[in-house]
Design a protein around this ligand. Structure first.
Ligand code: GRG
Length: 311
């Protein structure tokens, strides 16, 4: 069951992602036009500032790939794919606020509140969530049944609330100051990452499959794939944090830098974390078995890309 299908050797993953990213960036730009009304100019600018900044677009690409895997066209899932990126951008704005992580930079630029002020940053985050719901609810001309839109909205609502991003952030705050050493804290860590990271990646894939017309069985298999990929994403992120900060600052300084944060390398060591990521990749690929082999390449390559990524 857990053997993955073999994707076609000549599939060009880099080109695939570049093309998808280009159409996603264009669609995101069109969804939030600048407002000519002088009283709304600043809020729209703030929304655009974070939404259009240089992100990897992992979630919307996954959404489009899942839609196409189950036989849907890219255009039917584009508004939903962009909605997932809007929710992600909203969560990043909020995460950076002084009352949360208090960060000055995001995606190589000053954070939203540093440029527009805290009040506008909070409003921009709110407006991006509202826009995400609006775009997912708006029927596209291609005749996706309304109940599919409703299912997609439910999926996204779950990913935002206490079952997802808000729950993960709240759990993160609740765990601050607790000391976890020598393998203790794995459940706590996993809870935070499943909620903060995996649930939105899962929603990206599942909403793509819902809008694309997938069967319940296909949607469920893709959900399991995405859960593994979501967790793997965070395990790799934690490993990169340690290895990057060690390289940049010298081993001891790197460790000190992340001393206050509970991470996979801290709980299980760097090598075991890497092995864990590899086992999640294998499991994720296994869930793709049974899909048409000529259509499955993007999601197979995606799992490999996430486990091997360097930034
Ligand atoms: C109500 C939406 C909402 C959120 C409130 C603040 C908060 C609760 C949650 C924070 C969640 C958070 C920031 C999780 C981190 C997720 C993560 C792995 C971010 C980095 O993702 P990448 O690497 O980033 O895909 P880019 O910049 O490439 O998009």
């Amino acid at each position: 069951f857990l053997t993955a299908p073999n994707p076609s050797e000549d599939f060009d993953f880099i080109l695939y992602v570049a093309n998808k990213t280009k159409s996603i960036n264009k669609a995101l730009n069109d969804f939030v036009p600048l407002c000519t009304h002088p009283l709304l100019h600043k809020i729209r600018e703030a929304m655009r500032y974070s939404l259009l900044s240089n992100g990897k677009r992992v979630r919307p690409v996954l959404c489009l790939a899942a839609c196409e895997l189950v036989g849907g066209r890219e255009s039917v899932a584009m508004p939903t794919a962009c909605a997932v990126e809007m929710i992600h951008a909203s969560s990043l704005i909020q995460d950076d606020l002084p009352c949360m992580d208090d960060d000055n930079f995001r995606r190589g630029k000053p954070t939203n509140h540093k440029v527009f002020g805290e009040n506008i940053a909070v409003l921009a985050a709110d407006a991006l969530i509202a826009l995400a719901v609006k775009e997912t609810a708006t029927p596209v001309s291609s005749g996706v049944p309304p109940e599919r839109h409703l299912r997609a909205i439910l999926e996204l609502a779950r990913a935002v609330g206490t079952e997802g991003l808000v729950g993960g952030q709240a759990a993160d705050l609740a765990g601050e100051g607790i000391s976890f050493e020598n393998g203790i804290g794995l459940d706590h860590l996993e809870f935070i990452h499943i909620h903060k990271t995996a649930v939105l990646l899962e929603a990206a894939v599942v909403t793509g499959a819902i809008i694309g017309g997938g069967t319940d069985e296909e949607i469920e298999r893709l959900r399991r794939y995405a859960r593994c990929v979501g967790l793997m994403f965070q395990v790799v992120d934690d490993v990169l944090d340690v290895t990057k900060s060690s390289e940049e600052l010298g081993k001891t300084a790197g460790k000190d830098l992340i001393a206050g944060k509970l991470t996979y390398p801290k709980v299980m060591g760097v090598e075991k974390s890497r092995e864990y990521a590899k086992s999640l990749n294998k499991e994720a690929r296994g869930y793709l078995h049974g899909f048409e082999s000529d259509k499955v390449a993007p999601l197979l390559f995606f799992a490999d890309y996430i486990v091997n990524r360097q930034n």
